[in-house]
Structures are given as structure tokens and as C-alpha cells.
Design a protein around this ligand. Structure first.
Ligand SMILES: Cc1cc2nc3c(=O)[nH]c(=O)nc-3n(C[C@H](O)[C@H](O)[C@H](O)COP(=O)(O)OP(=O)(O)OC[C@H]3O[C@@H](n4cnc5c(N)ncnc54)[C@H](O)[C@@H]3O)c2cc1C
Length: 269
């Protein structure tokens, strides 16, 4: 059988993140790091859409959907949620030696885990609401040598190829790609289907398959602090005070004044 025409294996990268909607005065510690204890941990919103995208591919073509997370053991909570909604398998990469990983190291570690699952399609959220870089999905694709399609709003798979609709800001683009490929998915894709009662009973005490860095054959020099060239010089909590903003009228004259002011302070031009 043509290997590209078999039921596709989908892998979805899901991240547990602090709920940034609930940011209050004590969300940041005095040293500028996030006070995780002050914020409940949730399933990254766009990763829910990525899971829904993968489940829709499975509905249409058969195959399997696995979810993978890199993080603390507490990420088991979102992996279980994924199982309640329809995922077939869940994997957690957790290892103290992965602490302090920046996006380069994170995407390397995830790429090693994803490669082990030999997927045809990989799904990521467009962006995580805490780190907010939108770098991890594209970096995983690059490391795996997979085709990359970003900002996906709709997707179909047939005859070993994927047909995606991308939001390119002010328009859409239709893309055909061969597989394997990685897709980053926006919230426009749709809400994740609700928990299924039978699956809750089946998976309520389920544990993911846990991998450490040795299990995924990771090169330790590319993980954690050693594999992270990013240096954060300073983290600042910026609170705008009354005098820090100027209001412009929503008129042509107001817009002209705004642009003039941005050019003057070298933000534009
Ligand atoms: C110098 C430095 C040190 C850091 N140290 C730590 C640390 O010690 N502990 C820590 O938790 N964070 C740490 N971080 C943050 C960490 O690097 C990012 O959270 C991580 O790389 C993901 O980046 P992002 O949040 O911007 O994700 P994005 O690139 O915005 O995420 C895009 C998509 O990639 C996937 N994805 C991203 N991260 C994961 C994940 N972990 N598991 C599964 N899928 C994922 C999801 O599908 C997500 O929607 C550090 C960052 C820097 C720069």
C-alpha cells in the first residue's frame, strides 16, 4: 500500500499554561518571574483547536491521534482532558534536565518525542498564551524536515496530501502539501469537542506514557540551559500610568496626528 494513503497518524503538541486571563496584582513575583501558584494552569487555548483539527482528520480518514506535552508532571491534567475528548494516546516528556529550555531547546526536545511516534501530520497551536513566541511549531517542523503550514483554519486530507486554508491577514490562502507535514492552527479552526462521558470513566485515572530525555535519545547539549542560547536580560512589569498615553480621535485628522507622532518618535519610518 502507498505509505501516504494509509490512515494517517496525527500527533498534537499540547502545552499546559497559566491562565493569563486571571492575571492580578500578584501574578508576577518581585524578581519578574511568573508566580505560577497565583494562576490556575489550563490547556493552551489554541492547542485545544489543534486537537480538534486532528480529531476531525481522524473522523474523516481514520487513523490515530496522540497528544504530546513537555512539562511538569502536572501536565497530566491536560493530557487526560485530551483523552476525555477523543485522543487515543498521551505522552509526557518530563525531566529536570529540560528545565530552563528556551524555544530552541523546547522544540528540539519535542521534535525528538514527535519523531518517535512517526506521524504523518503534526498539529501545534499557533501560539502559547504564556511564552507567546509562536516559534515552537515552525522549529519542530524544521528539525524534523517536515513541510510547514502555519495559521491553518481548515484542513482536509486525501490521497496522501493535505489541503489547508491559511489565514494570511486580510485574506486566505489555499495550500496543498505532501505529508509528513506540521500545521499550526488558529482559534478560528473551532472549539474542541466536549468531554465524552464514557471516555471520562475510561481515562479518569489514566497516566500518560512518560519519557525522559534518555528515552527520546536527546543530545543533552541541546536541552535545558545548555541548549538555550536565549539570555533574558531583564523582565519588567510595565504598568501604564495616566501620563503615559495620548488619545487620538478616530477621525482622519486623528489618524494623521497618530502617524505623525509615531514617525517623530522613530516608531515608524
Ligand atoms: C532563557 C529561557 C528560559 C526558560 N526557562 C523555562 C523554564 O525553566 N521552565 C519553563 O516552563 N519555561 C521556560 N522558558 C519558556 C519556554 O522556553 C517556553 O515556554 C517554550 O519554549 C514554549 O515557547 P512559547 O511558550 O513561546 O510557545 P509557542 O511557540 O508560542 O507555542 C506554539 C505551540 O507549540 C507547542 N508547544 C509549545 N511549548 C510546548 C510544550 N512545552 N509542550 C507541548 N507543546 C508545546 C504548542 O502546540 C503551542 O501552541 C524559558 C524561556 C527562556 C527564553
Amino acid at each position: 500500500m502507498d505509505p501516504l494513503k494509509k490512515p494517517p497518524r496525527c500527533v498534537v503538541c499540547v502545552k499546559q499554561v497559566p491562565d493569563t486571563k486571571l492575571v492580578t496584582g500578584d501574578a508576577m513575583k518581585p524578581d519578574g518571574t511568573i508566580n505560577r501558584a497565583a494562576l490556575p494552569a489550563i490547556f493552551n487555548p489554541e492547542d485545544r483547536c489543534a486537537l480538534e483539527a486532528a480529531l476531525q482528520v481522524r473522523d474523516a480518514c481514520g487513523g490515530t491521534v496522540a497528544v504530546v506535552s513537555m512539562g511538569l508532571p502536572s501536565a497530566t491534567a491536560i493530557l487526560r482532558e485530551a483523552l476525555f475528548c477523543g485522543a487515543d494516546d498521551a505522552y509526557l516528556v518530563t525531566d529536570r534536565r529540560a528545565a530552563a529550555s528556551d524555544t530552541l531547546a523546547t522544540s528540539y526536545i519535542l521534535s525528538r518525542a514527535v519523531a518517535k511516534l512517526e506521524p504523518d501530520l503534526v498539529f501545534c497551536g499557533r501560539q502559547a498564551i504564556d511564552g507567546d513566541t509562536a516559534q515552537v511549531g515552525p522549529q519542530i517542523a524544521e528539525k524534523l524536515g517536515f513541510a510547514l503550514v502555519t495559521y491553518v483554519e481548515a484542513l482536509t486530507v486525501r490521497e496522501g496530501a493535505a489541503y489547508a486554508t491559511r489565514n494570511i491577514g486580510g485574506g486566505i490562502e489555499k495550500v496543498r502539501t505532501t505529508l509528513p507535514a506540521l500545521f499550526t492552527v488558529t482559534s478560528a479552526f473551532g472549539e474542541l469537542r466536549p468531554f465524552n462521558a464514557r471516555r471520562i470513566m475510561r481515562y479518569k485515572a489514566a497516566e500518560p506514557t512518560v519519557w525522559n530525555l534518555d528515552d527520546i535519545g536527546a543530545d543533552l547539549s541541546r536541552c535545558g540551559r545548555a541548549g538555550s542560547p536565549t539570555n533574558v536580560a531583564k523582565v519588567q512589569s510595565v504598568i501604564l500610568a495616566g501620563g503615559d498615553y495620548r488619545a487620538f480621535e478616530p477621525t482622519e485628522e486623528g489618524v494623521r496626528a497618530l502617524v505623525g507622532s509615531l514617525v517623530q518618535d522613530h516608531t515608524l519610518g
